[in-house]
Ligand binder design. Structure first.
Ligand code: FE2
Length: 210
């Protein structure tokens, strides 16, 4: 004789955001300093990047549109890239990607110096599998990264949610990572950096893997 199961809810379609330490800020201070020197050098010397930022109204500096060979230019970036690729492939495994004998590799890699008062509006990273950001300097009161529920465009008639709802049901999630850590997510996941309210620049390195 079969018994009727009690009412139950199944939850599917998970969206994962992975955070891991890439550079230990207590034991690896010299490496963090080397990365920061690299960023500051680029911000000072990359004239094409500076011009692009000015044209686009980007407050601060990004190498996004001007340089695509940072790991070849600066050895600390090459080491960082290696660590990020390793962590990303661990995340890909967790996500259950069937990659055969292939591994994800770095497609692009750029630095961001977001000045006080600057933000980066909502966007996705096209033509990539995984994306992420490594955090180099997060001054006090700087913005957290905000992710949005990828199903948002379908929610034309969804009522608002209660404020005490559990984080996995929220429509927007704010994550404030630690310096030396990186966040990884699938590249289709829309995210933004709200205005940097700190008195100092917010410094990070973003990347795409394919
Ligand atoms: Fe982004």
């Amino acid at each position: 004789m079969t018994t009727t199961p009690p009412p139950h809810t199944r939850t599917y379609f998970a969206t994962d955001i992975f955070e891991t330490c890439i550079v230990d800020p207590t034991s690896d201070v010299a490496f963090l300093a080397e990365l920061m020197d690299g960023v500051l050098m680029l911000a000072e010397e990359d004239e094409a990047g500076q011009a692009w930022c000015e044209e686009q109204g980007y407050l601060g500096y990004t190498s996004y549109a001007s340089l695509n060979d940072l790991p070849q230019r600066i050895s600390a970036f090459a080491e960082l890239e290696k660590r990020l690729v390793k962590a990303a492939n661990g995340f890909a495994k967790e996500l259950g990607f069937e990659l055969g004998s292939h591994k994800l590799s770095m497609d692009s890699f750029w630095v961001n110096v977001l000045d006080p008062g600057a933000g980066h509006s909502g966007h996705i990273h096209p033509n990539s599998v995984l994306s992420g950001t490594f955090y180099l300097d997060l001054p006090e009161d700087t913005s957290a990264i905000r992710f949005e529920d990828p199903r948002l465009p379908f929610m034309m008639n969804s009522p608002p949610l209660k404020s005490d709802i559990s984080p996995d049901r929220k429509r927007f999630i704010y994550i404030q990572p630690s310096v030396g850590n990186a966040l990884f997510w699938e590249s289709w996941l829309r995210h933004e950096v709200p205005v940097n309210m700190a008195d100092e620049p917010r410094v990070s390195i973003s990347f795409n893997l394919g």
